[in-house]
Design a protein around this ligand. Structure first.
Ligand code: SF4
Length: 449
């Protein structure tokens, strides 16, 4: 547990200026984080709106068997349908030749209602990163980003339509929360990405990504800073890779798209079960290759630690001091930085899985060396070897208060953490040229409609 001394106000030895968080509006005006009665607006539930029709990926295998029996068919049809979806990644009745021809249309209608309609697809110049914009059954827009690295293919998925956490630096946060996504809507993002990969539309990676310090960047999904293995020995570090079906597939999933995954806990965990269940019940992925990232919903972190699925856990901290974090991450007023770090440490203690601290480096706002020292002090107060810090330079927006740290400032931030014995790697930022930050594309499309 944290030493109380670690939570006292830091000594601000730097004379560098302090930029405060603001919300920047379309017309160029700015305001402080919106509040209600002096408290930040937080929305944990969203409006009561309907969910999409039930899909095969919402159901356990037992539920699928019961559903096919209700249609007067034998239970083994559930396994055949699951194989089509999770192994062959298809919902095309023409390809389901092992099912009775006169029932195929009916089965597809019952188990595979359309969930995601592709609205836009943006690719980076070298084609190793693709951003998708999907329209859901009720018109909501969500994004996912597919990234090829040397030894992995990572998909960043959305878990909510919008977000109720209201972080002022985040385009999604400014939309508010429309609704939680269903488990199947989350899973379908991965299945659709697998189809794109199988079609050869994700280019080979151009080579080693370097971060702004000229080092090999940590990759999204490399949460604990553990070096991934080469394809030949991937199973040595992360369990068996999903069985190939004649094509590459998504190997890593990160819940870092739109939404706060722990605010949609039940459906997110149902989706994680579909990711990790052996084929054909699910996609057969290793839980260690699935990263759940949160801004610090402590009860959700505690619940996650008790699950029997050892996913990788990441805490988006972004500031070690409550004064700044209250403004950057409004949920900090509910569970403060020390409580969030304590919960992250408890996750490590319970699971033995090293956790990651995500830290968006924002110029003159949170990138001061004294904050790196305070962060190191707070982490080391809990113990050593349990955590890895991933600073992420914010996507630069010249003229905005939300702009990336200068490379030398970022370098100093990293040096202070490393000198204090905290493993730290600056993360690669993919997709700068394709509205890379979460929610930017959905916002710009929604505004033009
Ligand atoms: S940063 Fe994450 S938690 Fe905060 S508003 Fe954006 S999507 Fe929600």
């Amino acid at each position: 547990m944290a030493e109380k001394s670690a939570t006292t106000a830091p000594q601000r030895t730097s004379s560098r200026k302090q930029v405060r968080p603001v919300v920047e509006h379309e017309d160029g005006s700015t305001s402080r984080t919106p509040t209600r009665g002096g408290r930040p607006l937080l929305d944990f539930r969203g409006p009561r709106v309907s969910q999409p029709p039930q899909h095969l990926a919402d159901m356990s295998m037992d539920e699928r068997v019961a559903a096919v029996k209700e249609m007067g068919l034998p239970g083994f049809r559930a396994k055949q349908l699951s194989t089509h979806y999770f192994v062959h990644c298809t919902t095309d009745p023409e390809r389901m030749t092992d099912l009775p021809k006169d029932r195929r249309g009916e089965l597809v209608e019952r188990f595979f209602p359309p969930l995601l309609t592709e609205v836009h697809r943006l690719r980076t110049g070298n084609g190793d990163t693709i951003k998708f914009l999907w329209r859901l059954f009720d018109g909501s827009l969500v994004e996912s980003v597919l990234m090829r690295y040397r030894n992995r293919i990572t998909l960043c998925v959305s878990s909510q339509c919008g977000c109720g956490m209201n972080c002022p630096f985040c385009a999604t946060g400014q939309q508010g929360l429309t609704r939680n996504m269903s488990a199947a809507e989350i899973v379908e993002q991965v299945v659709r990405a697998n189809q794109v990969i199988a079609a050869g539309e994700l280019a080979p990676t151009a080579g080693t990504d370097e971060n702004m310090l000229g080092e090999v960047a940590a990759e999204v999904g490399d949460e604990s800073g553990e070096a991934d293995a080469s394809p030949a020995d991937a199973s040595a570090v992360a369990g068996p890779a999903p069985a190939p079906v004649g094509a590459e597939r998504v190997t890593n999933i990160v819940f870092m798209g739109m939404g706060e995954p722990l605010a949609n806990y039940k459906r997110v965990m149902n989706a994680v079960r579909r990711f990790t269940e052996p084929q054909p019940a699910g996609l057969g992925m290793s839980a260690r290759r699935i990263t759940i990232s949160t801004v610090g919903l402590v009860p959700g972190i505690n619940k996650l630690a008790m699950e029997d699925i050892p996913v990788t856990f990441a805490l988006s901290l972004h500031a070690p001091d409550d004064g700044l974090r209250n403004e950057m991450i409004p949920v900090n007023t509910r569970w403060n930085a020390d409580e969030a770090i304590d919960a992250a440490y408890a996750y490590f203690e319970r699971t033995g899985r090293r956790v990651s601290i995500e830290y968006a480096l924002i110029k003159d706002m949170n990138d001061h060396a004294w904050r790196a020292a305070l962060l190191a002090k707070k982490l080391n107060a809990r113990g050593r070897g349990w955590v890895h810090v991933n600073p992420i330079p914010l996507n630069p927006t010249p003229g905005s208060v939300w702009t990336a740290s200068e490379p030398e400032v970022a370098g100093e931030f990293v040096r202070v953490l490393r000198d204090a014995g905290v493993p730290t790697t600056i993360r690669d930022t993919r997709g700068k040229d394709i509205d890379g930050a979460c929610g930017q594309l959905a916002t710009s499309v929604a505004e033009t409609e």
